[in-house]
Ligand binder design. Sequence first.
Ligand SMILES: Nc1ncnc2c1ncn2[C@@H]1O[C@H](COP(=O)(O)OP(=O)(O)OP(=O)(O)O)[C@@H](O)[C@H]1O
Length: 253
Amino acid sequence: MSLLRTNNLTKKFGGLTAVSKFAMDIKEMEIVGLIGPNGAGKTTVFNMLTGVYKPTKGSIFFDGRDITGIKSHEVTKLGIARTFQNIRLFKELSVLDNVLVANHLRLKSNILFSVLRTPNYIRQEKHMYEKSMELLKEVGLDDVKDEMASSLPYGKQRRLEIARALATDPKILLLDEPAAGMNPQESFELMEFIHDIRDKFDLTIFMIEHHMQVVMGVCEKIYVLDHGVTIAEGTPKEIQNDEKVIEAYLGVD
Ligand SMILES: Nc1ncnc2c1ncn2[C@@H]1O[C@H](COP(=O)(O)OP(=O)(O)OP(=O)(O)O)[C@@H](O)[C@H]1O
């Protein structure tokens, strides 16, 4: 079943069309890639999907509902979570606290309950702690729960960022260059990790990635943008052999 779909999605910045008529259809549980040279419009697509930018034209449908132009926090509540090109963590907080903070989105109490520490609030807090620990276990970070986020090696910081995104109970996870800055071993582990979390959390995954080995190894379907235009879509094999894609990457006229 289609989970996230766009139609004619377009974003203009003044005279520049960053994304033009982008049409995609991501099915439940699929792992889909979005690739293209620098400045192709990939991040702009993510920013439209997550309510950071309002599309100039076109529509976005999520889980059967038109979500075009809705705000970022509403997008998260509906079940779309995202990580960023540059890892965004609370660097001075512990690994566990980073996940607990992300979990707060689902807390059904207000600040007064938290000050009064009502039984219901305490119950919810306990549940959140258990859920966060469970999540850390699932992503293999439970043994470093008390360490400061900034002290983790790069690959684990990425995992923590993904764990924070998972804490919001997403249906789809948008990953912006998850392999950026990783060494070959970390990239290899990341590929396994992405498959793993898809299966464990019944997730759908949409990822921007420059690291071709990762994209080709993990994605079932790929969209290719160049100068805002979709120049190809298909399986990794189809994309690898597509002349337009080869030209775009090699800069051949
Ligand atoms: N807020 C903005 N204002 C003006 N132009 C923008 C804005 N955001 C993006 N652009 C422009 O839109 C185009 C697409 O940018 P975008 O960041 O989406 O590309 P990208 O494919 O993610 O690139 P990269 O791989 O380098 O991250 C670029 O020409 C960029 O300069």
